[in-house]
Design a binder for this molecule. Structure first.
Ligand code: ADP
Length: 431
């Protein structure tokens, strides 16, 4: 099932639509947002130079620093009396950025979330256990609006209060749930601790996003909660969750980018040069339809690739799972490291769990990474053979020697509802 026939457009039809929308957008931004007028002039281009989507790379990038410089409202392209809602990024990497929506923007938000829910397996008449945080974070209200539009009954649980989540999942019998992947891990473990058999739950589909995750977590959550888990991606600057979504029947092949609204490019992280399909770089989005807070070539800092999948149901471009944010990338003795790489290695052991932390310190001029990783239940964390095995596997696949510290099952901090911090970089603190 698809939500809307727009999802059946051909690539050519999409390009025509994107071209028209981009041309209108650049004219409007040049006229209405002083930041863009200046940025276009600095680049020596005029909106009339943009004839179609193929010209997009002539346009300047927008970076997070530009949003901070224009904090809180100077990037808005509509007057405040046309704004219906204000959200802010969760501030994972600094001061929050403020975003606004007109009623039409909220309708688009609902539409892309409804599409995403259907791609994830949800259907009208089902109930959604929404464990994304409600508030300034776009997750809670974003999923809520899309589910309402689809014709679902929303259970607005929000994040946290795990005991209550378990009760509601059992008693209210939602067929669909959504939260961060790390919180899904928590919920799955808490059921196990109480010897509650999740096969008796009604929930069939879990929609997970807001932080990077890998197949290791998918396997753990699918088995632990007895669900089909898919990825939802988004960021408040672009709209919120529902920028892209994995289809439950095409799991593991990437997430569809709703490119009629959000045009993606992948560019070189150092030069900004556009990269061909399939090559990994920084994901950049242009919002083609938003009214209140449109962005041109917004530099997300998220690292992934985009590509067309010939076997896919839809002709929309897909994106790979996010490896990490470029500002979260550790450079250790000249080697680039994302925590998801360590998570992949953990998956290939039969004694460790995707519950881990990376502690980075500096001894003299030498950076050191210590991986605290939990062993599976009934495995002895003092087993030095297993410690050496994991060290070897990490060295072989990532090319870095790391100290491994095996921890008892259940001892590493869990998500209490939102995004989970997995990197502790203590270098600035003097090691
Ligand atoms: P903040 O930047 O403060 O965390 P947001 O709450 O808007 O603000 O979070 C958006 C960011 O969350 C994205 O840019 C990305 O880094 C991360 N993110 C969201 N969804 C996913 C996902 N499915 N996979 C990986 N990372 C994700």
């Amino acid at each position: 099932m698809i939500y809307d026939k727009i999802e059946t457009l051909s690539v050519d039809e999409l390009r025509t639509m994107q071209s028209g929308r981009l041309c209108t957008l650049v004219q409007r931004l040049y006229r209405d947002v002083p930041f863009y007028k200046t940025a276009f002039e600095k680049k020596g281009i005029h909106p009339d130079d943009i004839k179609g989507i193929e010209d997009i790379s002539k346009l300047p990038f927008t970076k997070k620093a530009d949003l901070r410089d224009n904090y809180p409202y100077k990037m808005f392209a509509k007057p405040m009396n046309e704004i219906s809602r204000i959200h802010a990024s969760s501030g994972t990497t600094g001061k929050p950025t403020v975003v606004g929506y007109t009623q039409k923007d909220l309708d688009i938000f609902d539409e892309v979330v409804a599409r995403s829910l259907v791609a994830a397996g949800a259907r009208p008449g089902m109930k959604l256990h929404n464990a994304y945080g409600y508030g300034l974070f776009t997750g809670g209200l974003g999923m809520h609006g899309g589910a309402t539009k689809l014709g679902m009954a929303v259970i607005p649980v929000s994040g946290g209060m795990t005991e209550r989540q378990l009760t509601i999942l059992q008693d209210f019998k939602p067929e669909v749930m959504c939260c961060t992947p790390s919180y899904a891990q928590t919920l799955s473990e808490e059921f196990a601790k109480r010897n509650i058999d999740t096969k008796n739950l009604a929930v069939q589909y879990a929609i997970l996003g807001a932080e990077p995750w890998t197949e290791a977590i998918r396997e753990q959550v699918e088995a632990g909660l007895n669900v089909t888990a898919t990825n939802i991606y988004g960021l408040s600057e672009i709209i919120g969750p529902g920028v892209s979504q994995e289809d439950f029947e095409e799991k593991g092949t990437g997430s569809y980018v709703w490119e009629d609204h959000f045009f993606p490019e992948v560019v070189d992280k150092d030069t900004g040069a556009p990269l061909p399909y399939g090559q990994e770089g920084v994901l950049v989005f242009t919002t083609l339809t938003k009214e209140a807070f449109p962005l041109i070539r917004y530099w997300t800092n998220d690292i992934c690739s985009i590509y067309y999948d010939k076997n896919a149901k839809r002709n929309y471009v897909k994106m790979s799972s996010i490896k990490g944010r470029s500002d979260d990338m550790l450079i250790i003795r000249g080697v680039n490291l994302f925590y998801t790489q360590v998570e992949e290695v953990i998956r290939n052991t039969d004694f460790a769990e995707p519950n881990y932390q990376l502690i980075v310190t500096r001894e003299g001029t030498m950076d050191k990474v210590e991986v605290l990783v939990e062993v599976s239940q009934h495995i002895d964390h003092n087993n030095t053979d297993l410690q050496h095995q994991l060290k070897g596997k990490i060295k072989d696949s990532i090319g870095l020697s790391m100290d491994i510290s095996l921890q008892a099952y259940g001892s590493i901090e869990r998500s209490q509802g939102g995004k989970l911090k997995r990197i502790f970089d203590r270098r600035e603190l003097g090691g």
